[in-house]
Design a protein. Structure first.
Length: 332
């Protein structure tokens, strides 16, 4: 981590976008940007009202959408209620609360590591999403914490994959969100992970792994591709031990405990870099080969944990370090 500067430069304030609807039950309102209203071609959709478009866009939710509009729960960017007669205006923004799906509870609790007026630092369990996304809405660390701590403005300063456990930093108030998120964006945070994987005695460790990682929106896996590296990780072997094989796995094998220090923060970076060394992290169902795991199967967590996070606090100038004692299942 680069040394702190001798002169104090106040953090740049980020403009916080106006939210016309408050957080409700831990959930932000959904923003819908209205598209262009047809292009004159045959079959191009056109809508007379905002409600027409919403029903077209979310046809399975038509009865609830009509109820929400009638109740004044759909508003424009200024907070004015959208009615059944509100005219469609292309590129306008409307806000509404979507009904969250019924979800299976992730049967693990979040441990609070630290809390003050600015930060909440937690030990996120494996299998719990950091933020609402896809099929995991209420069953996310953010929504659970907003509800349990009664902190509706809580926001993550960074993210962890759903299948990765460990230290997660969140900000309490919108006024301090920007400086802490900037720390992570500008790589002024030292993050140390631990992982369990196989051992290759011919591999020279420690070593720095660099590669170019590409992740397409909507595609679950990321890939290493030719080109200038945009990711970097230090891989160190900390300890080894023998492990009894599972059913049908043949001879005993050797497992290693690895310390992983990423210098960058690309999606699935540590999982890809370990796989590139021929050392895929234990129970990784994405790399080297994808295999499906039921959403309610919590028996084999990915053996990767965010062990510690350290940084110079952008507000106080103090050195901050947060660490979890969460064990890895295969390295008790």
């Amino acid at each position: 981590m680069p040394p702190p500067t001798t002169s104090h430069v106040p953090p740049r304030r980020r403009r916080i976008p106006f939210q016309p609807l408050p957080v409700r039950d831990g959930l932000n309102a959904t923003r819908v940007v209205l598209p262009a209203n047809g292009d004159g071609s045959v079959g191009a959709p056109r809508w007379e009202t905002v409600l027409d478009h919403l029903v077209h866009r979310f046809p399975d939710d038509e009865p609830r959408l009509r109820e929400k509009v009638a109740a004044g729960e759909v508003v424009d960017h200024l907070g004015r209620p959208v009615t059944a007669e509100t005219a469609f205006a292309q590129h306008a923004r409307v806000f509404l609360y979507r009904d969250p799906p019924v979800e299976t509870r992730v049967p693990f609790e979040i441990e609070i590591l630290y809390q003050d007026d600015d930060l909440v630092v937690v030990d996120k369990p494996h299998f719990l999403a950091s933020i609402p996304r896809g099929a995991f809405i209420a069953e996310s660390a953010l929504v659970r914490l907003r509800r349990d701590l009664e902190l509706p403005e809580l926001s993550p300063a960074h993210r962890l994959d759903r299948v990765t456990g460990g230290v997660l930093v969140l900000t309490v108030r919108p006024e301090v969100r920007g400086p802490y998120q900037t720390l992570f964006a500008e790589r002024r945070v030292t993050k140390v992970y631990e992982a369990v994987a196989g051992v290759d005695p011919t591999l020279d460790l420690p070593r720095v792994v660099r590669s170019r990682i590409h992740k397409e929106r909507g595609v679950m896996r990321a890939f290493e591709v030719p080109g200038e590296p945009n990711s970097e990780s230090l891989v160190e072997l900390v300890d080894t031990r023998g492990a009894a094989p599972g059913p049908g796995q043949g001879a005993p094998r050797t497992l290693g405990l690895y310390r992983l220090t990423p210098h960058t923060g690309k999606t699935h970076q540590l999982r890809l870099h370990m796989n590139s060394l021929g050392l895929p992290i234990l129970h990784d169902n994405f790399y080297p080969t994808f295999y499906d795991v039921r959403p309610d199967d919590f028996s084999r967590p990915l053996q990767l944990v965010s062990r510690s996070i350290e940084f110079v606090d952008p507000l106080s100038g103090e050195q901050r370090r947060f660490e979890t004692t969460r064990p890895l299942q295969e390295w008790p």
